[in-house]
Design a protein around this ligand. Structure first.
Ligand code: SAM
Length: 290
């Protein structure tokens, strides 16, 4: 196992040999700690039957670990200047392909279906990545809202974002993104990672989460869009009471909303961050039946 400093030196050498710089704009902080890389591979629970789509492989440190554990890896990288280094890093593997494109414009389900035509043994799609910080939330929400047919999404992100995704109702960090992610997934913390594990060293520490996509949702909804409308409105101004935040929804004035919330056994003076998913669902289902 290589030490963290050896890993850093090697990454810096590789980048300078290719006259490449670390792009801050693209969130390029590369993992230099072999122990962390192995733990991510382990935490993603991969087998030969898995097709992994890796988001942002960079120069391939994690890609090689994934290729050793999974049946096949599709690595999607936006930065063309990294592709030659990435190709070199994975040249010993015959189960890796590199796609030079933007993950936000990638149809992951389609990639998987096409691959199945030639690799029918790949039963599961799993998504893994050390995410660029600047688009962590958009990437996760795109995958979940599109209903990607993956079993799990194992991703490294800024620790504060991970705390929001894991937060329970009543905690200060519980927000619309916590509700959304917990509606679609069971969230597990895999590993906390110090900023010192990266080169260049970022300003924040990180956490790796595995989001296991639920086969069955935790609450039953009459209308999913209404649920998210209520959640967004509830958290739109965190200091507002539920009554003030939700008044106006579905043309309900303040008095009507108060009566409606009371009829659903919900105190109108509460704030959105105290509500459970079940309570949000009760409000949304009530509103969509009106
Ligand atoms: N996986 C590598 C590692 O762990 O060392 C690199 C991780 S680095 C935090 C994020 C990577 O995502 C960079 O290589 C960056 O170029 C790439 N990236 C940024 N935006 C992207 C996008 N929209 N689509 C695909 N890759 C992107």
């Amino acid at each position: 196992m290589k030490g963290n400093n050896d890993g850093k030196t090697q990454i810096i050498k590789t980048m300078s040999r290719h006259h490449a710089g670390f792009s801050k704009k693209l969130g390029q902080n590369f993992l230099a700690d072999q122990g962390v890389i192995q733990e991510i591979g382990e935490g993603a629970c991969l087998t030969e039957k898995d097709h992994v789509v890796e988001i942002g492989p960079g120069i391939g440190v994690l890609t090689c670990e994934l290729a050793r554990r999974a049946g096949y890896v599709t690595a999607v990288e936006i930065d063309g200047s990294l592709i030659p280094m990435l190709k070199k890093a994975v040249e010993g593997f015959d189960n890796v392909r590199i796609l030079h494109q933007d993950i936000l414009k990638t149809q992951i389900d389609q990639l998987h279906s096409l691959l199945l035509e030639t690799h029918p043994q790949l039963e599961n799609l799993k998504i893994v990545g050390n995410l660029p910080y600047y688009i962590t939330t958009p990437i996760i929400m795109k995958l979940l809202e599109e209903g990607v047919r993956a079993k799990s999404i194992t991703v490294m992100m800024q620790r504060e974002v991970a705390q929001r995704l894991m937060a329970a109702p009543g905690s200060r960090t519980f927000g619309a993104i916590s509700v959304a992610v917990q509606y679609y997934c069971q969230v597990r913390e895999i590993l906390q990672v110090s900023r010192e594990a990266f080169v260049p060293v970022p300003k924040v520490d990180s956490t790796v989460l595995r989001l296991d996509i639920r086969e069955e949702k935790p609450v039953s909804l009459t209308d999913e869009a209404m649920f998210f409308k209520v959640v967004r409105a509830g958290f739109s101004q965190r200091r507002k009471t539920l009554l003030n935040a939700l008044s106006g929804l579905e043309q309900l004035g303040k008095e009507e909303m108060r009566e409606f919330l009371l009829s659903k056994d919900i105190d109108p003076g509460r704030r959105a961050e105290t509500l459970s998913l079940e309570e949000f669902a009760r409000i949304a289902n009530g509103l969509s039946l009106r």
